[in-house]
Ligand binder design. Structure first.
Ligand SMILES: [Zn+2]
Length: 273
């Protein structure tokens, strides 16, 4: 089996403060080590349960957080940026399953560790065909475009609930109970390892049963920004329609066009934030 992993840092066990996740933070070296360690626990179990090849995409911030020299020696790492598919760079139709590790809840989620959707500064909400989605739902649809199911997601208690709503009945592991945006009650280290063993085993046993999300026909993207000027900037893009003061929309039949387009809008919004 060939497995694709997209790993973020906010939903990693033990990570709770900005100092863990920003590369200028005093605890960043600890944060990136916790991220590398947790990925190692997951891939060890994945190899035990039948994975033959694993591609890992570093999906946080500058996307060069994973410490390659400490990573499981059989894992291939995509590190750095820019990359056209961002958090899903490297995905294609040759994979048997996708795993999301260290994911966080979507923008506007109460008790969601570092809740945001791609950008904490600009995005209040992203909807696809009227359904509000966070990174797990948006990235899960990128996997679905290539016919690959998402089989597993780990993060806090809020994102694990959202993954079931946004993707479907996949295997999830809540490594911490979010008590606020920057506070969580973590599992013990022993529980973390035991639960990873159980959940990854279940994910691989059921690999043929997980949903693949794909679209037939029109797909409507709707983005609500935090300010009007961000929506003004998005209007530079041809065929983008203004919905209201802070919201724009775009229609396409091609999900990957939508996926690239909202990231262009975030880049344009950044110029004004
Ligand atoms: Zn991140």
């Amino acid at each position: 089996m060939k497995i694709y992993i997209s790993a973020d840092i906010e939903g990693i066990w033990g990570v709770v403060s900005k100092s863990h996740i920003m590369n200028t933070g005093k605890d960043y070296e600890r944060g990136r080590k916790l991220m590398t360690d947790e990925v190692n626990i997951a891939v060890e179990e994945a190899f035990k349960n039948g994975a033959k090849e694993i591609i890992l995409n570093d999906s946080h911030g500058s996307m060069d957080n994973i410490i390659i020299e400490q990573l499981h020696p059989k894992v291939k790492l995509i590190s750095g940026q820019p990359k056209p598919l961002s958090m899903m760079e490297g995905i294609d139709n040759t994979f048997d399953g996708v795993m999301f590790i260290g994911y966080h809840p979507r923008s506007g989620s109460q008790n969601g560790i570092f809740d945001h959707t791609y950008s904490s500064r600009s995005i209040a909400e992203i909807k696809i065909n009227d359904k509000s989605l966070g990174e797990c739902g948006l990235n899960g649809r990128a996997a679905g475009y290539y016919g690959v199911p998402v089989i597993f997601l780990s993060g806090d208690t809020t994102v694990t609930k959202q993954a079931k709503e946004e993707i479907g009945d996949i295997e999830t592991l809540a490594v911490k109970d979010s008590l606020s945006r920057y506070c969580a009650a973590n599992l013990s280290r022993l529980e973390l390892e035991t639960k990873y063993r159980e959940k990854i085993k279940a994910a691989f046993n059921n690999i043929s049963k997980y949903p693949i999300i794909s679209y037939d026909g029109e797909i409507k993207l709707e983005i609500t920004f935090y300010s009007t000027v961000m929506a003004d900037s998005a209007m530079l893009i041809p065929r983008v329609k203004r919905e209201d003061d802070k919201s724009v929309s775009y229609i396409s039949n091609d999900y990957m066009e939508i996926y690239k387009l909202f990231r262009v809008m975030i880049s344009l919004a950044r110029l004004d934030s």
